[in-house]
Design a protein around this ligand. Structure first.
Ligand SMILES: Nc1ncnc2c1ncn2[C@@H]1O[C@H](COP(=O)(O)OP(=O)(O)O)[C@@H](O)[C@H]1O
Ligand SMILES: [Mg+2]
Length: 259
């Protein structure tokens, strides 16, 4: 595959949820087209309920678009794809499994032999700074550590594309900075492509190459902002650049948060 081929593409995607009882059919996303080239990290921001999670669910092959299509390396995504992993705000770890057991789960589903999947899971836990916690259960970890474990679980299957739905919105500010740093380093080191939903405007600026701003429901893409700043692999450093503020201000204006 040429490195120019888009990793993930949404082509004229519209999504309706069916009418229920007296409520009419709800159009949640309208005519969204976006192309994410290989190794690019894109964020999606927009008001609550504008269809961001619905878009990500379609990217993950969990919902089919009502109109249009989602493509991975030019092939339609019609069901969950082994190269596309999804991570949610809620960690969704299995409480009855240890951290390494959770990290292994996706490999287990793929039939990777026990010894091999243990080796890979331990490796991904180390990369996610969870060495020493392999045999803990989720309830023994802090919220930030659980999000790390959820990230490890997402990365364990070596996906090309990561879909991240507000992954750090429930952790405290300083833990969030560390998680952002680890994620950013990993995205660059492992050449991942990502689509990242966040409500945190600074987070969008420091973690991503491009920001898509969505309208109220039915969500459409209002504006695309290319983040022309260095240090995408080092958000702690990018955060300190004076040039971050003008981007945040522009996003606030687009979202009508400030005047
Ligand atoms: N399974 C569903 N059935 C019906 N309506 C839904 C369903 N999932 C989400 N919605 C509605 O679709 C809209 C967009 O939801 P969502 O994509 O979660 O928005 P966002 O992530 O941008 O906050 C909301 O109004 C929500 O209530
Ligand atoms: Mg959402």
């Amino acid at each position: 595959m040429s490195s120019q081929a888009p990793a993930l593409e949404f082509r004229n995607v519209t999504h309706h949820f069916p009418a229920q009882g007296r409520s009419e059919r709800l159009t949640v996303v309208r005519n969204v087209s976006l192309v994410i080239p290989d190794n690019e990290v894109v964020s999606l921001i927009g008001p609550s309920g504008c269809g961001k999670s619905t878009l990500l669910n379609m990217g993950a092959g969990l919902f089919r678009p009502s109109e249009g299509e989602v493509l991975f390396q030019k092939q339609p995504v019609r069901k969950p794809h082994p190269q596309i992993a999804f991570m949610l705000q809620k960690d969704l770890l299995m409480p009855w499994r240890t951290i390494v057991g959770n990290a292994e789960y996706g490999l287990e589903l793929r039939g990777v032999p026990a010894a091999e999947r243990r080796k890979q899971a331990l490796d991904v836990l180390r990369r996610c700074h969870l060495a020493g916690f392999e045999n803990h259960y989720p309830h023994q970890l802090s919220g930030g550590m659980r999000q790390r474990a959820a990230l490890a679980r997402t990365l364990a299957v070596s996906p090309k594309v990561l879909l991240l739905d507000e992954p750090f919105s429930a952790v405290d500010a300083q833990t969030k900075m560390r998680l952002q740093q680890d994620l950013a380093e990993m995205l660059v080191d492992e050449q991942k492509t990502a689509l990242f939903i966040t409500h945190d405007l600074t987070e969008a600026v420091i973690l991503t190459d491009r920001i898509l701003v969505m309208s109220d429901r039915p969500g459409t893409i209002l504006e695309e902002i290319v983040v022309d700043l260095p240090f995408r692999n080092n958000p702690l450093k990018r955060r300190q650049l004076d040039a971050v503020n003008p981007y945040v201000r522009r996003l606030m204006n687009l979202l009508q948060i400030a005047n």
